[in-house]
Design a protein around this ligand. Structure first.
Ligand SMILES: O=C(O)c1ccc(O)c(O)c1
Ligand SMILES: [Mg+2]
Length: 629
């Protein structure tokens, strides 16, 4: 499978873009005219620079407002084309993208356009060049790939072909099956882009909101399956106009782009096994049985406070690592690992971020396969030297440079707790509080990382995303998006902070990066849990009494119920599936906190309660910028 990306998709100057594109592993690049025009090197030098990066120029674009022009405009357009042909030959590319005419001067008519393309094909052929025609969704006369194909067919010239762009086809909801009957040799290149579903003007939507396949809501896979059915085996080329990407980190966006294509190719391979795209084989998306553990990096001075907090939550100290200062606290199916090592990755993570939940372990069917898939999708492998007797746990880098470990029941990893750890006598006086499992892991990140991690998780794991929800923080909006599986055994909530003043934004500033900001545990009886926690000396996050008055009004709750909720600082929500109960700890260290939830059929995450929870948590923050003890 050959992958390419248009320079317009990334930020920086042409050199920055090429560096990022080459590093991410693309084979080719579409040179967007403006990126060339604002660059100071000659076409020949640009061509050399591209090839020095190990890349091929897949096409030069766009050539605008060509077909169907009346004289004297028509002659001028052909002169303009000849100039671009000169440039392409200097640069070293043989394909130009001609997008459908948007000019008010353009005259319609398939045969007129076909004749223009036939002539352009003749001129291109003299120089060994090719012309690809793309229907813009807002083209004046041609805005549907089926019409563009009809023109290409009538042009009947070996040097004239069709360019399909998923955005233009899917944004207009054009039946993708119409692609299946196009001869593959007439498809000169495939451009791919996704986009979030927003009801707006097509041109504006296309120029500002496109994103990588899999990051948006368009059925790009259906489009691609139809393309694959033609036998097409050429480049898959990303063309992503996105305001955020233009201002983003070119390297990160390029990695996302390459991941999106590899993932798309993998899905096509599974849907159309006969496809000619030569997609590399990789293990299937990974089913997650649950979050097996979360590990904290912390120093010895602060660890007792965390351990005391965990104890009031009803966790008991279960085991100690045989060779490392690592302790496991356990309750129900939950393992919390506290790592105070002074060497190794956890120690470095502590030095950079302060106390943080820097790693999580996912229980999967085959841990090695999970890591292989992650690496095939461009994840950064994580390895760390083992002590004698330790079992290697496959891992990759995750959000904020943290670690995602994979465990399974089929390898030696099944016995890791027994092999690497020694049980410790439980001397604690606290009682278990009925916490059964990790309900969700909440990761906080910069807003512009949200799509990156969304794609990371959904391409790797058997999980889907839910729509973005706006969380109102008193100091700004935080955008929240969930990755979860159908069984509910994997739930990751991601909060993207747009500014530093929100609770999420402060967390990122205080911990010098993104990471897990809270962990939510599941109970089957929130009131019994709340009572047990109180008995353990747990102090829950105090919620404003006004909240409970409002609850009664909003949900028609009985006064007895709202009083019960209030007395335990329990938040309440309801959806069409059932009820939800939430209870919070105050923040700890750099803004980390715990949550306890009970789901009575409810499927969401209590977004409506977030403003109350955030307002309460803010009261517990240590003043911004205070050094750690
Ligand atoms: O927005 C545009 O003008 C434009 C130009 C070239 C393309 O390939 C495209 O998809 C859109
Ligand atoms: Mg396009």
């Amino acid at each position: 499978m050959k992958t390419s990306i248009a320079t317009v998709s990334l930020s920086g100057d042409l050199k920055d873009k090429l560096d990022a594109i080459a590093k991410a592993g693309f084979d080719g690049v579409e040179i967007f005219e403006n990126d060339f025009l604002v660059f100071d090197e000659s076409p020949r030098q640009v061509g050399r620079m591209v090839r020095d990066h190990g890349l091929e120029i897949t096409l030069f674009q766009p050539f605008r407002d060509f077909e169907g022009m009346p004289e004297p405009l028509r002659s001028r357009t052909f002169d303009r084309a000849e100039r671009k042909f000169d440039l392409m030959q200097e640069m070293g590319t043989d394909l130009v993208l001609v997008c459908s005419n948007v000019s008010s001067a353009a005259i319609g008519g398939l045969d007129r356009a076909a004749a223009d393309f036939h002539e352009l094909g003749d001129r291109a052929a003299k120089r060994g060049l090719k012309v690809g025609y793309e229907a813009l969704a807002w083209g004046r006369h041609i805005n549907d790939h089926r019409d563009a194909w009809e023109i290409v067919r009538r042009a009947d010239h070996p040097n004239v072909g069709l360019i399909l762009d998923s955005f233009h086809t899917l944004s207009r909801k054009i039946d993708v099956n119409s692609i299946r009957s196009i001869p593959k040799e007439k498809i000169f290149i495939i451009q791919l882009a996704d986009a979030p579903l927003i009801d707006m003007d097509l041109l504006y939507w296309s120029r500002h909101f496109r994103n990588m396949p899999g990051e948006g809501d368009l059925p790009v896979l259906d489009f691609m399956n139809a393309v694959a059915a033609t036998g097409y085996d050429g480049y898959l080329s990303l063309e992503i106009f996105n305001d955020q990407f233009r201002g983003g980190n070119a390297n990160a966006i390029a990695v996302d782009g390459r991941r999106s294509l590899v993932y798309l190719g993998d899905q096509v391979r599974r849907a159309e096994p006969e496809s000619a795209l030569a997609v590399p084989e990789m293990p299937a998306r990974v089913a997650v049985e649950g979050v097996a553990f979360v590990e904290f990096a912390i120093d010895e001075a602060e660890a007792p406070q965390l351990e005391a907090l965990i104890a009031t939550l009803g966790f008991h100290k279960a085991a100690k690592h045989k060779t490392k200062s690592v302790t496991v606290f356990r309750q129900g199916g939950i393992n919390l690992v506290v790592n105070t090592e002074r060497r190794g990755f956890a120690a470095s993570s502590y030095l950079v971020h302060g106390t943080s939940a820097y790693a999580m372990g996912l229980l999967v069917g085959d841990a090695q396969a999970a890591r292989s898939r992650a690496v095939a999708l461009g994840a950064e492998p994580f390895d760390q030297p083992l002590d004698p007797g330790e079992i290697e746990m496959p891992a990759v880098r995750g959000v904020g440079g943290g670690i995602v470990y994979f465990l399974d029941r089929k390898s030696a990893l099944a016995r890791i707790w027994d092999v690497e750890f020694e049980p410790v006598a439980d001397t604690s006086t606290v009682a278990p509080a009925g916490l059964e499992a990790i309900d969700h892991v909440a990761q906080t990140m910069q807003y512009d990382e949200l799509l990156t991690w969304l794609l990371f998780y959904t391409s790797l794991l058997e999980a889907h995303k839910t729509p973005v929800v706006d969380i109102v923080d008193p100091s700004g909006i935080v955008r929240s998006q969930v990755v979860e599986n159908a069984a509910g055994s994997l739930r990751i909530t991601m909060n993207g902070a747009e500014n530093r003043n929100t609770l999420a934004g402060r967390f990122i500033a205080e911990t010098f990066g993104s990471g897990i900001q809270h962990l939510a545990f599941r109970t089957n009886d929130i009131f019994a849990t709340a009572a047990a926690l109180s008995a353990n000396g747990f102090v829950s996050l105090a919620i404003s009494p006004n909240y409970y008055d409002d609850l009664e009004a909003r949900f028609g709750l009985e006064a007895r119920m709202s009083e019960r909720l209030r007395s335990h600082n329990i938040l309440y929500d309801r959806d069409e599936h059932g009820e939800y109960f939430q209870l919070y700890s105050p923040t700890f260290a750099e803004g980390f906190f715990f949550e306890i939830v009970e789901r009575r059929g409810y499927r969401g995450y209590g977004a409506a309660n977030a403003i109350f929870r955030i307002a309460a948590l803010r009261k517990h923050l240590r003043p911004a910028g205070m050094p750690r003890a």
